[in-house]
Design a protein around this ligand. Structure first.
Ligand code: GLN
Length: 448
């Protein structure tokens, strides 16, 4: 069964479970339930079982010392199909890459594997990570296990569902504008968007390089922290990564609630659950104060200029010559972003659009810095709405973009945030966002 890491590992230590029996259990669940949920694109069952057998042998030879050397020993994970996996097909959710088998693995995958975790499969996602619902995948939509008529959130749709439905112990996703936090919130799991520059992007298919971060999904914040601690830090391949020890946990925090994150149009039941959670946190003795992030209103506009600009550049490498099919295989959303991005970078428009968006980015960054000079952490909703119906926004790109209203500014500012479950409304999960300063993950995990 899916339990916290320590419990799962204790079962192996005590002989109640073997690594192989755990992999078999997950594979059986996937077989039984994923036909309908569609969270996986590729299942690596055979390799996983082989690896599990080797690990059981290792444990029988070396005993508990394996858990010291490999902190994730015996745990099973899935990875969004953005992560290159040596010898395992990697599609980015697009049929353009339907036959692409990478010759090497990303740093994140290598570190997890070295730490003893076993990859069980590659998960479904919005193609190229463009989207908020999972509906942009070329491999079919992923359904929300809490209500199969609803979206699980995107773009790391399958990764979130693989944990929420108990198909593995944890999952890796990517978050460029909310793609870990939104699906975490919609499926009632914990989802981390790390600080930009905390984790190497090496070997992960690029969406918007100045915003892309390598996030994870788990059933508890302490598990999420364990994953983060394994994958973070320099690898010599991504020059934006820094080895920084951010602020250490405290016993009491000063917590800001940004006024602009409770805007009109927000679902009242979401607002109530988030405010209740904030109230409980304040009753625990933390000091809660209101803060201002005045440029919040411009975050979506700035994001949907900067992101397509970088997308148009990154997708330039898929020319049908070096890998994948030719450019006809791009879906509507990728084409929309390539055109939009090319447009805002054109010499006649670059000052009006791209350069303005970059100026707004600087403003947003400095507003976050100012807020974090007064508070340790901030609390906010993740999404203004409950998980929406399949098909509800898929023909209206603009309303889909607005689903990210509370998440994109965090990517623009480069800081970290964790989505944690904070209750249910109409049997649908709601997430609370704990936002920390750059490299403030340890405080965020501590409060969570
Ligand atoms: N929904 C946002 C977008 O479509 C965020 C995507 C992401 O974080 N990968 O751009």
């Amino acid at each position: 069964m899916i339990t916290e890491f320590s419990k799962a590992q204790n079962q192996i230590k005590s002989g109640q479970a073997t690594v192989k029996s755990r992999v078999e259990y997950f594979l059986k669940r996937i077989e039984e339930f994923d036909g309908e949920l569609n969270s996986f694109i590729t299942i690596t069952g055979e390799e996983a079982l082989k690896k599990a057998e080797q690990m059981d042998t290792l444990f029988s030879e070396k005993g508990e010392e394996v858990f010291e050397k490999m902190p994730l020993f015996g745990l099973v994970f899935s990875a969004k199909d953005m992560y290159l996996t040596e010898g395992v097909k990697t599609t980015a959710g697009s049929k353009l890459l339907s036959d692409f088998v990478p010759p090497y693995s990303s740093t994140v995958i290598s570190r997890l594997t070295e730490a003893g975790a076993i990859l069980i499969g590659k998960t479904n996602q919005d193609a190229w990570a463009h989207g908020s619902s999972g509906e942009n995948s070329d491999f079919g939509v992923t359904k929300n296990p809490w209500d199969k008529s609803r979206v699980p959130g995107g773009s790391s749709s399958g990764a979130a569902v693989s944990v929420a439905a108990g198909f593995c112990d944890f999952a890796m996703g990517t978050d460029t504008g909310g793609s870990v936090r939104l699906p975490a919130s919609f499926t009632n799991v914990v989802g981390l968007k790390p600080t930009y520059g905390a984790i190497s992007r090496y070997g992960v298919i690029a969406m918007a390089s100045s915003l892309d971060t390598m996030g994870n999904f788990a059933i508890s914040s302490s598990d999420s922290k364990k994953i983060f601690d394994i994958v973070k830090g320099q690898d010599g391949f991504d020059q934006t990564v820094l080895d920084v020890n951010g602020a250490a946990p405290k016993t009491k925090y000063t917590i800001g609630v940004p006024k602009q994150y409770f805007s009109e149009g927000m679902d009242p039941s979401v607002e109530r659950l988030v405010l209740d959670a904030i109230e409980k946190i304040s009753q625990m003795g933390h000091k809660v104060v209101e803060v201002e992030l005045p440029s919040t209103d411009y975050a979506i506009s700035a994001y949907y200029v900067i992101c397509p600009a970088e997308v148009s550049s990154n997708l330039g490498r898929y020319d049908g010559v070096r890998m994948g099919l030719n450019r006809d295989a791009f879906g509507d959303e990728a084409k929309r972003r390539i055109m939009l991005g090319t447009y805002v970078l054109e010499s006649g428009y670059v000052d009006a659009y791209y350069n303005k968006a970059v100026a707004v980015r600087d403003l947003i960054k400095s507003e976050f810095e100012q807020a974090f000079s007064k508070v340790d952490l901030m609390l906010a909703p993740v999404s203004p709405t409950l998980p929406f119906k399949l098909g509800e926004k898929s023909n209206d790109p603009l309303s889909m973009y607005l689903a990210d209203v509370y998440t994109v500014a965090i990517n623009i500012a480069g800081v970290c945030a964790l989505s944690v479950p904070c209750g249910f409304s109409d049997d649908l999960p709601v997430g609370l966002q704990i936002i920390g300063p750059s490299f403030g993950e340890q405080m965020v995990f501590d409060l969570a």
